[in-house]
Design a protein around this ligand. Structure first.
Ligand code: FAD
Length: 434
């Protein structure tokens, strides 16, 4: 067996690439697929470019924006969000809670009265809530809860909101003021709310462009088609599919946590128990290339109503016109499902097409040039009431063995691309003692 390697990185998605970039040297990086990028790869079919459904960049951290700017240069474009909610046969601007204008009058009344009641009589600090459903009702009131928040989130998470905690909501759900809500009732609101009011995207080549830019800056080789099949914590070595073994001093894993733990022989019972309680949702996505220009000027639309099978539909051709052949458009439709209840994918694809027509997005005259179904096994990590304690137990155990978890599925945390890059940076600095 070769000599001990100081840092071994498992997985060359954004977080693994970022760890390699910031470690600079003394590392080896291994990826099971034939190309790096993980969920940030893009698919190029008949002149159309699709991502693993929508992948748009948002930044809370200035250093991350600067890094991505340096990596992509002029390729990075910034776009003002134009997103909508489909409700009661019409579209209202996102977020629903601040854009009631245009909804049927009795719905507006129910939402406003509920919101004022919640705000004036029940509003508490977020951390006081024991579940997501309570947080929704006490923050937005019964009307907004009933007509958007609960149906949308139940569809999206695949579990009822009362089974979720609220520890993730702060970064993702905008909470408008009373003034915002009233303004959004009188006229269409011009204010842009939330973390994604503006987004960044590569002009050409889809989100994979960012992966390619990272790859160029990384000095060491990325060993693709190197699937790790065992991690021996006592002997501190990893085994690959080709039976090669490598010893490590520090191991950085971005492999989805449930899969990574299964690679470790002789797991203690408490870790096996915690592993058995990790929950996630999966995403079925249908990418479509349509032979019609300017299909929509919207970026994406949320669909809370049960009559539509998808929870969201996006239009990559409105992020950048360069991702489709001239005079054509593209769509992705996203359906969440629980891995315990896998759907019939053929039925789902047909149903998506039917519902796109029902929503007025596709017409029977449209020629579909590309129909590319994608199944994303690990979609969203479910923050149920076991989550926090389980992650702590697992992380402490692995850290004792110099195994560090990073990335959305490695660390098992709801995070965006920016956070995955930041995770790579943080771990490099932490284990180098900077
Ligand atoms: C549906 C969806 C939409 C999203 N949209 C956005 C968005 O709009 N904006 C945003 O900022 N973020 C978005 N994200 C989040 C974003 O995709 C992630 O934060 C980011 O890609 C995570 O990167 P990662 O490196 O942590 O994980 P991954 O990309 O999953 O990388 C892990 C890597 O490990 C490899 N691997 C797995 N097992 C092994 C093994 N045994 N041996 C070796 N290698 C292995 C995998 O092949 C993969 O390349 C979205 C996520 C989903 C699911």
């Amino acid at each position: 067996m070769a000599k001990e390697q100081k840092f071994i990185i498992l997985g060359a998605g954004l977080s693994g690439l970022s760890a390699a970039y910031f470690l600079k040297e003394d590392y080896l990086i291994f990826e099971k697929e034939s190309t790096p990028g993980g969920l940030c790869r893009s698919r190029h079919i008949k002149g159309y470019t699709f991502d693993y459904d929508g992948h748009l960049l948002h930044f809370k951290n200035k250093a991350m924006l600067e890094l991505v700017r340096r990596l992509l240069g002029r390729e990075l474009i910034s776009v003002k969000r134009n997103s909508w909610v489909a409700s009661f046969g019409d579209f209202t601007r996102y977020p629903f809670q601040a854009n009631l204008y245009g909804l049927p009058r009795h719905i507006v009344k129910e939402c406003i009265f509920g919101f004022l009641d919640a705000r004036l009589n029940g509003y508490m600090h977020r951390s006081d809530y024991d579940n997501f459903k309570h947080w929704i009702i006490h923050t937005f009131g019964e009307g907004i809860a009933k007509h958007f928040m609960l149906p949308y989130n139940n569809k999206f998470w695949t579990v009822p909101a009362q089974r979720l905690t609220c520890e993730w909501v702060k970064n993702y759900i905008p909470v408008p003021t009373i003034k915002d809500v009233l303004n959004g009732t009188i006229a269409q609101s011009k204010k842009r709310f939330g973390y994604n009011a503006k987004f960044w995207y590569p002009l050409n080549g889809g989100i994979e462009r960012l992966v390619l830019a990272f790859q160029k800056q990384i000095k060491g080789e990325i060993y693709t088609q190197h699937q790790v099949t065992q991690i021996d914590l006592d002997r501190k070595n990893v085994t690959f599919q080709n039976e090669k073994k490598l010893k490590f001093e520090n191991l950085i894993s971005t492999i989805p946590l449930p899969e990574m733990l299964k690679l470790i022989p002789r797991l203690p019972t408490k870790i096996k128990t915690a592993l058995g309680k990790l929950r996630y949702s999966s995403i079925f996505c249908l990418n479509l290339g349509i032979a019609r220009g300017n299909l929509s000027d919207k970026h994406w639309i949320y669909f809370p109503e049960k009559k539509f099978v998808f929870f969201r539909v996006g239009f990559p051709s409105s992020f950048s016109s360069e991702v489709v052949p001239q005079g054509k458009s593209s769509i992705y439709a996203e359906v969440s499902y629980s891995p315990n209840r896998p759907p019939d994918k053929e039925y789902l694809s047909d149903r998506i097409l039917e519902d796109l027509a029902k929503a007025g997005i596709l017409s029977c005259a449209d020629a579909i040039e590309v129909c590319d179904p994608l199944d994303i096994k690990y979609g969203y990590i479910i923050y149920d009431h076991n989550y926090k304690a389980n992650i702590k137990t697992i992380q402490e155990y692995l850290n004792q063995h110099h195994v560090y978890l990073i990335g959305r599925y490695g660390r098992w945390k709801y995070m965006a691309m920016e956070d995955a890059i930041l995770d790579g940076k943080n771990i490099a600095q932490r284990i180098r003692g900077e």
